[in-house]
Design a protein around this ligand. Structure first.
Ligand SMILES: [Zn+2]
Length: 94
């Protein structure tokens, strides 16, 4: 489970486990950080729910395409990689 009310994108990930729903066969995941600077690896579907955008006064889910491009632009923190024992580069692998 993840906790927090405000999240921001901090990086993309190929780690297949979603910290939000527990799904284990993710093909694309991103890393988000909550207001307590805790980071979570979550799938794009869950990310679209926690990373909301305000549009015309309403808070709306962010599209999955937007999540993926946001993740590519952000970089996972070194602390996250150390904590999770995970350092595979996600962009060079393709
Ligand atoms: Zn999930």
């Amino acid at each position: 489970m993840i906790s927090g009310t405000k999240f921001k994108m901090v990086g993309s990930s190929d780690y297949p486990l979603c910290d939000c729903c527990g799904k284990t066969n993710l093909t694309r995941a991103v890393i988000v950080e909550n207001e307590h600077a805790e980071e979570f690896n979550i799938g794009v579907i869950c990310a679209s729910k926690v990373l909301r955008q305000v549009y015309q006064g309403k808070k709306l889910p962010v599209s999955q395409g937007a999540i993926i491009s946001m993740g590519k632009e952000a970089k996972a923190s070194a602390a996250w990689k150390i904590r999770n024992g995970y350092s595979a580069p996600s962009l060079a692998a393709a």
